[in-house]
Design a protein. Structure first.
Length: 111
């Protein structure tokens, strides 16, 4: 049975819609811009809440497949040349991580 109250994603989406549909049309100039920024923040928050756990798990799996435990260890391996013989695999993993980040931050940039 689903809860009787809205999820965090639904709440973020509702605030975003309110800002875009009700607040922004009533404003102009600086306040309109700030409302747009707030709406964009709510959109990012909603996507992070919806996609974040899946993206984190996929990123961890990519790091594990590369034989590193975290991003800092991966950066050190790249700097040391330890990944030089695995460039195709490394680029695939990095591309997937960047795409996942864009899906949250601004999916329009994926086009």
């Amino acid at each position: 049975m689903s809860p009787a109250y809205p999820s965090a994603v639904e709440l973020a989406n509702a605030v975003e819609a309110f800002l875009r549909d009700e607040v922004m049309p009533a404003l102009d100039g600086r306040l309109r811009f700030h409302a747009l920024v707030a709406a964009n923040v709510m959109a990012i928050l909603g996507r992070e809440l919806a996609l974040g756990p899946e993206h984190a798990a996929a990123h961890a799996a990519r790091l594990e497949a590369l034989g590193v435990g975290d991003d800092a260890e991966l950066a050190a391996a790249i700097r040391s040349g330890a990944m030089d013989d695995r460039l195709a695999e490394l680029l695939s993993a990095l591309r997937a991580s960047v795409e996942a980040g864009l899906r949250v931050a601004n999916p329009k940039h994926l086009r």
